[in-house]
Design a protein around this ligand. Structure first.
Ligand SMILES: Cc1ncc(C[n+]2csc(CCOP(=O)(O)OP(=O)(O)O)c2C)c(N)n1
Length: 947
């Protein structure tokens, strides 16, 4: 069907144009465009009723067919008069444009707001007059070619159907979707059934029962714990039956597991009424008891952040549900959930991605405001991150704390950010519980059918203040006056079922009293409720345990045979593969170092760690910006055929049966990608999962993920994670933004054995650190400061035997140059990272033999025992801490007191370390290379200065 976006399309000149086209068509059907040909042909089959109407009163009597000077030939199909057809064509085209306008913009006048405060009733796009219809046109039949299920219908009938489908309590935005099949599916799904679901009586009763549970739980909490924060769901109770619908319909369509993320609002309700957490457990937490057994350590967290998991059964449907614990930071959990979904899909071999599905709930202000939402949505279709679509439910209570939508966003809806993803947006009035369940069903079906994100936007209200102790009338008096007299969703729905004669008042009341009686029983049980176990080492985590002791090397050495096998695979390409010439030379050099067993560069040692793990059956996943090649062109984990651009990943061709190596060039996001990898590592402790920063500096774009999840997740939620962060770090004169990964920040986060922070200067140590991560019986996040200019340096290169039998990771590397006798060593310089090589180089050049230099490869857990062991030799030496970072950065503040403690335990002269390095600074580094060089020379000179 030809169409135009212009409102004037059907008026004046265009009407003559259509007549002209029609005349041409009658002369020669092939003379007009195929779509017009089809249209006129269909019009010729116009039902008799429509034709009669057109010839009847109110119509001009048939004139001799003369259209713009073209005589219409006689005898066209079924003898309809051209004038008649011309008018019918105009009516049809007008009606079709009107229908299209409703499909695009019907939502603008939909009855979405339960409070009716922001309701629009008119929009010119939806006014038939805009398309040329006059008042007299409303009652005559119009041919609409099977749209809306009509062949022909009056304008009144068409409008009634359109309002029902597009402007009622459900409003669907989908015309922005480019995929025709998806648009057509939604159209068919909503237009023919007039955008409603006919629920069975049991279905309706189930909805009321869930609404009752949602409402009564909040009331009960309000009564028993008046004034305690619970971020109640009141006003959005329909969310609860909607989630039930996802489980039910999803189960029918192959879902087996839902990974859920949600904010504070309604969380206690979801935890209990959907996830099945015992009410007694919740009440016990309200009474101030911990969620975990007393003997389990950790800080614990507030009750509306806690996660849980459960198995739900509904008839013959079994569904595993896991609600991910999250911090207050709204939306930060989004990518974490996505990563978990992806990992679980791999575990289940869910290649179609229909068994494990992510479900995210959002507040309207947060969904529109937090950039992490857009970053997370962008992962949706990407290789390596795709999860087959997420179900999003926005609890759109039209307020964010005290902020109105007009201040919370520039876009018309909070959901507009998802339009870029071509997701359908299903807006719904939260007071119409059936409508909410209906859209939840459509969303579930759409996700399973098209494997795409879909958004349900529940327009609702927040019955109380932001939390229950807050006074909302300070800022929104009119809204809260309306809410005060507004019936609850349950009351509305119970009334509807009573009106429909399905239940009576007494039964509705019984729904409530039965549920409250159950809550009372649970309340009593809560008094003696004791959580009997922490659930953190179950399922895929079983067999792992809590980290303990100081000896944490693990078995990380590889056999010579395995090293040889991986080395061979690393330097092998398939026959006929057109290798880039430079890469070919690099591979030759690599082969040589491996054969000679020395000079093995950083990236090769890394590949050897990955390769040995994969060969041993451990899946390795590395994700970061440009990680395939490596920011510094050092990795080349993916080789590209120079003719066909086909990709070849040598580490996936070590042996016939091995675990895969997945290396991903991530989108240009830090927070979402790091969050995703964190989620992945939460769900799969047996994979080595790594996130890499382009430069370490950029990791602070993901600070929320680092602070709120990686460093504290185990203490808050008893959730271990073995994620590795690779952060290029080192002062090389590249300016303030390519020097520092902010080592000091990570060190400041260290406490309670929560992290491992390394600043590595040896490729062999890197090999062992990576393997160690998955070769011990516990998991801890590992932050590694990695080299830049040193990547290809022989100084950090490894010997093959340093990876072989009998070798392991070293937290501290002792002096290895020949020096004077220990007692005459006048200074010990302690350092970490790249500065070691500058110091050693200068010491060798200046032929100094009475200064020892020790490297701390791991800063946390601090290797106090090894350091004490190393320092006790140097009876008479002073101790210097030397770093290239400014004094307020780097490891100094962290190391100072720990070194002091070590010295206090020793019977040697030195009692404290002296600082040598750059003075404190606001920016991490100078932007001027000359100044950098001068600073660096000065600090090296000072560290090695005569006494
Ligand atoms: C990242 C972040 N910034 C600020 C806050 C403080 N805060 C908590 S709730 C809230 C309002 C959230 O509004 P909305 O997303 O609409 O959810 P609602 O509470 O209305 O359900 C704010 C600003 C937060 N929790 N997280």
């Amino acid at each position: 069907m030809p169409r135009s976006d212009q409102d004037s399309f059907l008026t004046g000149a265009n009407s003559a144009f259509i007549a002209e086209l029609y005349a041409r068509y009658l002369e020669d059907p092939m003379a007009v465009d195929a779509s017009w040909r089809e249209f006129f042909a269909k019009l010729a089959e116009i039902p008799e009723a429509v034709r009669k109407e057109r010839r009847g009163p109110g119509w001009a009597p048939p004139r001799p067919a003369m259209l713009n000077g073209h005589a219409a030939p006689d005898g066209h199909a079924e003898g309809a008069l051209p004038q008649d057809i011309r008018q019918a064509a105009l009516d049809s085209i007008r009606a079709m444009n009107l229908i299209r306008a409703f499909r695009v913009n019907g939502h603008l006048i939909a009855t979405l707001d339960p409070l009716g405060l922001y309701r629009r009733t008119y929009h010119p796009d939806l006014d038939p007059a805009t398309y040329g219809f006059a008042a007299a046109d409303y009652d005559r039949p119009i041919f609409v070619n099977n749209l809306l299920g009509f062949t022909a219908a009056t304008l009144n009938e068409i409008l009634a159907a359109l309002r029902l489908i597009y402007c009622g309590n459900v409003a669907v935005e989908y015309m922005h979707i480019q995929a025709l099949e998806q648009r057509q599916w939604i159209q068919a799904r909503i237009e023919v059934p007039r955008n409603t679901t006919e629920f069975t009586i049991e279905g309706k009763r189930a909805i009321l029962e869930r609404l009752t549970a949602a409402e009564q739980l909040e009331r009960f909490l309000d009564r028993r714990y008046t004034g305690t924060k619970r971020f109640g769901i009141e006003g959005a109770e329909a969310l609860i039956p909607a989630l039930e619908q996802v489980i039910k319909r999803g189960g029918q369509l192959g879902m087996k597991e839902l990974v859920i993320g949600m904010p504070h609002r309604g969380r206690l309700n979801v935890l209990t009424n959907v996830m099945g957490k015992p009410f007694a457990a919740l009440f016990s937490e309200f009474q101030g008891n911990t969620a975990n057994p007393e003997d389990v350590q950790g800080s614990g967290d507030v009750k509306y952040h806690l996660g849980t998991s459960t198995d739900r059964e509904m008839g013959d449907i079994a569904m595993h549900l896991s609600l991910t614990a999250n911090p207050s930071h709204l939306e930060a959990v989004d990518p974490v959930v996505l990563g978990k979904v992806r990992a679980k899909q791999r575990q289940r071999d869910d290649q179609n991605r229909d068994q494990v599905v992510g479900l995210l709930m959002h507040g309207d202000a947060a969904f529109a405001g937090q950039g992490l939402v857009a970053e997370s949505l962008e992962l949706s279709e990407l290789k390596g991150y795709r999860t087959g679509g997420t179900l999003h439910f926005v609890v759109n209570n039209q307020i964010g704390f005290t902020t109105n939508p007009a201040q919370a966003r520039s876009s018309p809806y909070p959901t507009d950010v998802a339009k870029g993803l071509q997701s359908p947006i299903l807006h719904v009035n939260g007071d119409d519980a059936e409508a909410v369940v209906h859209v939840a069903r459509i969303a579930t079906e759409f996700r399973q059918r098209f494997k795409k994100d879909v958004v349900v936007d529940i327009f609702c209200y927040r019955r109380h203040g932001h939390n229950e102790a807050d006074e909302p009338a300070f800022t929104q008096p009119a809204m809260y006056r309306a809410i005060a007299s507004h019936p609850t969703t349950r009351e509305i729905y119970a009334g509807r079922l009573i009106d429909e004669g399905l239940i009576d008042e007494a039964e509705a009341e019984r729904f409530s009293s039965d549920f409250v009686a159950r809550l009372e029983r649970e309340f009593e049980a809560a008094k003696s409720y004791r959580p009997n176990k922490a659930d953190w080492l179950e399922g895929v985590w079983s067999g792992l345990s809590i980290a303990s002791g100081d000896d944490r090397r693990g078995e990380t050495a590889a056999s010579q045979e395995l090293l040889a096998e991986v080395g061979a695979a690393l330097t092998r390409v398939p026959d006929g593969f057109h290798l880039n010439r430079k890469i070919a030379r690099q591979l030759d050099a690599k082969r040589q170092t491996l054969e000679q067993g020395e000079g093995i560069e950083w990236a090769t040692a890394e590949a050897m760690a990955f390769g040995t793990l994969c060969a041993e059956g451990t899946f390795v996943r590395l994700s970061g910006q440009d990680s395939g090649r490596g920011t510094f062109s050092q990795r080349h984990a993916v080789l590209v055929d120079q003719e066909s651009e086909e990709k070849y990943v040598p580490l996936n061709h070590i042996r016939a049966v091995q675990a895969p190596f997945e290396v991903l060039d991530s989108p240009l996001s830090e927070a979402a990608v790091m969050g995703f990898e964190y989620g992945y590592s939460l769900a799969d402790p047996h994979a080595l999962v790594l996130w890499e920063g382009q430069f370490g500096d950029f990791a602070n774009g993901a600070e929320v993920i680092i602070d709120q999840f990686i460093s504290s997740g185990e203490a808050k939620w008893l959730r271990m994670c073995g994620l590795v962060l690779l952060l290029p770090h080192g002062y090389e004169g590249q300016g303030p933004e390519h020097s520092s990964a902010r080592l000091e920040r990570f060190l400041q986060l260290c406490g309670e054995d929560n992290l491992q922070v390394c600043n590595l200067t040896s490729a062999a140590n890197y090999f062992h650190a990576l393997r160690r991560q998955v070769r011990r019986n516990f998991r801890k996040p590992l932050v590694i400061m990695t080299p830049k200019s040193l990547l290809r340096s022989p100084e950090i290169a490894a010997r093959l035997e340093e990876m072989g039998p009998g070798t392991c990771f070293h937290r501290l590397i002792e002096e290895s140059d020949p020096l004077t006798v220990d007692a005459q060593v006048r200074r010990v310089v302690l350092c970490s990272g790249k500065v070691y090589f500058d110091l050693r180089h200068a010491r060798r050049e200046r032929k100094i033999d009475d200064i020892a230099i020790l490297r701390l490869e791991q800063l946390y857990p601090f290797p106090a025992r090894s350091l004490a062991e190393a320092l006790k030799r140097y009876q008479n030496a002073e101790i210097v801490w030397c770093q290239e970072e400014p004094e307020n950065m780097g490891a100094w503040s962290f190391a100072d007191r720990r070194i002091e403690k070590v010295l206090a335990s020793l019977d040697i002269k030195a009692k404290r370390a002296r600082y040598v390095g750059r003075p404190e600074a606001a920016a991490t580094a100078t932007g001027l290379l000359k100044r950098h060089n001068a600073e660096q020379a000065r600090l090296i000179a000072e560290a090695l200065a005569p006494a």
